[in-house]
Design a protein around this ligand. Structure first.
Ligand SMILES: [Zn+2]
Length: 249
């Protein structure tokens, strides 16, 4: 198993986006990441990053009416998901599966590159994205969604965990490696600060979010934990604009 972290750029946000109630008006820069898993000749991509229009800082506002005063994308051409995969010598047709942890624009915005590849998503997430005010970038013609319900496994040793709270169909990921478990919280826990203090980020269901965090904390014993949008951790991992191998067996 090889685990690569891919760089999908950043979002420049009002701090209240990740710390609800914060009225400091301070801006913070949050990394946007994807993960590529390689195992026995199979390739699984987890999340697809921001839509191509995000390479223009005003692009999402112009095309989709997104409030860039609140969330402003920062993405170089080389941070588009197709370019990140190309840097590993891969194209869409080399992928066996794409997984969306959830359908927010910074996680499913690059889905447009993956027509013809199955895209696995929780049924609760598809339901809310269809009915709620999600930026309509997660669905494009030709996509084949594969619906999951609850925990499931895309590859041996890899478990997708249904961890609702941030959104109804949010998924986290636990990878068991000989060197020890690797836990990706994704947006169930944005940063180490949220993890340490138990502070919630943006959630659609407070009780479910707390329950999911408790579950992740149980699973985290002895594990290396990678948070969803933690710039300090991103820097500590030595991340650049290129895909980085962070674990292998
Ligand atoms: Zn996110």
């Amino acid at each position: 198993m090889k685990v690569y972290l891919l760089s999908g750029g950043s979002v420049d946000v009002d701090r209240a986006v990740i710390h609800p109630g914060d009225d400091s008006r301070r801006r913070v820069l949050l990394p946007v990441m994807q993960v590529l898993l390689e195992h026995a000749g199979q390739h699984v991509l987890v999340d697809t990053g921001m839509p191509p229009a995000a390479t223009d800082p005003e692009g999402l506002e112009r095309e989709y009416g997104m409030e860039t005063a609140w969330i402003r994308p920062v993405m170089a051409e080389d941070q588009r998901i197709d370019r990140q995969l190309a840097a590993l010598g891969l194209g869409a047709r080399d992928l066996d599966l794409v997984i969306n942890t959830h359908l927010h624009f910074d996680h499913a915005g690059g889905n447009t590159f993956f027509a013809g590849v199955p895209v696995a998503v929780q049924s609760a997430e598809l339901e809310v994205a269809n009915s709620d005010a999600y930026l309509p970038v997660w669905d494009t013609p030709g996509l084949q969604f594969r619906v999951e319900n609850g925990d499931w496994s895309p590859l041996p040793g890899v478990q997708m965990l249904h961890t609702p709270g941030h959104t109804p169909g949010h998924q986290s990921m636990l990878i068991r490696l000989p060197s020890g478990p690797l836990l990706f919280t994704w947006d169930a826990v944005y940063t180490e600060e949220h993890w340490r203090t138990g502070k919630l980020g943006a959630v659609s269901d407070v009780a479910a979010a707390r329950e999911s965090i408790e579950r992740l904390q149980d699973l985290a014993r002895g594990a290396r934990v990678i948070f969803g949008h933690d710039r300090a951790q991103w820097e500590a991992l030595g991340m650049s604009d290129r895909p980085t191998l962070i674990a292998s067996d």
